[in-house]
Design a protein around this ligand. Sequence first.
Ligand code: ADP
Length: 571
Amino acid sequence: MNLTENAIKVLKKRYLAKDENGNLLEDPEGMFRRVARTVASADKEYVSEEELKSIEQEFYDMMVNLDFLPNSPTLMNAGRPLGQLSACFVLPIEDTMEGIFETIKNAALIHKSGGGTGFSFSRLRPKGASVNSTGGVASGPVSFMKVFNAATEAVKQGGTRRGANMGILRVDHPDIVEFITCKKNNADITNFNISVGITEEFMNAVENNEYYNLVEPHTGKIVGKQNAREIFDLIVDMAWNNGEPGIIFLDRLNKDNVTPELGEIESTNPCGEQPLLPYEACNLGSINLSNMLKYVDGKPEVDFAKLRTTVWKAVHFLDNVIDVNKYPLPEIDKMTRGTRKIGLGVMGWADMLCKLNIPYNSQSSIDLAEKIMHFIQDESRKASMELAEKKGVFPYYDKSIYKNLGIRVRNATTTTIAPTGTLSIIAGVSSGIEPLFAISYIRNVMDNDELVEVNPVFKQVAKEEGFYSDELMRRIAKKGSIRGFDEIPEWIQDVFVTAHDISPDWHVRMQAAFQKYTDNAVSKTVNLRNEATRKDVADAFWLAYKTNCKGITIYRDGSRDLQVLNIGKVK
Ligand code: ADP
């Protein structure tokens, strides 16, 4: 297998099966074989033994060639006792002490199995509201978020992953100001990403500079008013301060809710790409776009034939995962098998663009993004329709919009763009749809490990063009970007743009391009330079709103002490 050193390190540390003394029981090929066999076994009742073998081989080849990888829990747990294969969960939080602590317990079980959890705290009564049973007063959503946070800290993913949570509060909740500012200090509530649940009503009020109502969730009473612009500016200020909170457009999530009869979507998973109903889980997988090229007369172009077959196999794979998955709770089992949502996305997008000599911040790349994602969306839908013919539609089909449309699909959704934080390390490519973060840099992976990386596509081009030297790479690593390096041809400087060379609007436009053809949502961080102003942040938020994104997360370089990626540190 063609794995980078970093990939091997990551796999050994967390993914490969070990005995109780920590000795490895498998190599990477062995891991992919275990995963392929387990996932293929869902077809046992549908095909002959011979066909089953060839399905297993298809799955295996797709992973070993790094054309497609399923989300981390599938790689870690398939064919092993835990057997929990999904990355994304959403749990409801009821406004009762029993309900709150039941959810904390359930979240702990999910974290133990490597999954991430999202919650809306919007149903909890605000701070100071009375509690009938005790005659006391409620302590409010933020105080309970701290309890969830502490529980996550204690569980630490049973040795596989740290816990990850999303906390959401509706913008019309009376405690919204406390929520928006609850992570002002970098050291607080560290196991959560937080997002404000924005409504259309709120955005209209911001546009018209109006007040909007704050509503007590447990009584439905209007208990106050806020100036919408003041709240918007506060969100912007905090996001500028250290990247939190993000915002999600709740009404948009629900406009695209394909099973509205089953309930309202109130939260996403931790990184924001997967809106789900309460108790729903989803398994994700990503196609490595960097491998979806062919060379005609020495010139690279997108290999749509290969992309098509990869999409079909990936949909088959992810659909099978639903059947062989062991769910942590009976409620999750029922919901997840009921809607059969899968989330196929991409990684290696920036690498693909570099290979095609297309700058990320250009109209050509936006056009190509739409073309590719449109293609993936269409093909994944077709693949799901074919599966429905063979194996039936998803059980809650009658409660879905597809029934009226007369479209028979096996999966309520098929596409999601995940961050691919670890998957992209395993595949050795750029993550998700993000631009290159730096041409060379140090990456903090999994707790405190640091890894040095030089972008392999750049390395190759530098060698081909004859300007490669270790000394130059070291100088580049100090800066991250190759802008202004005289020894590097200008066209290469244009193509190998890094996140901070790209103005925020291109980041947002790229997110919007992929969102246009994605059922679920898109994980994207709009990276801003340290000098970026609050207005830059506000502009990015507005552009995300105007271009139909489902939410937005920004991060201003250096605004938080602990960064996942650091430019300018050379080991
Ligand atoms: P990976 O590359 O490991 O498959 P991603 O970075 O694509 O994961 O994240 C996908 C989703 O997986 C996240 O949105 C979240 O739901 C879940 N996830 C990621 N990291 C963690 C973690 N440390 N603990 C729990 N869940 C996680």
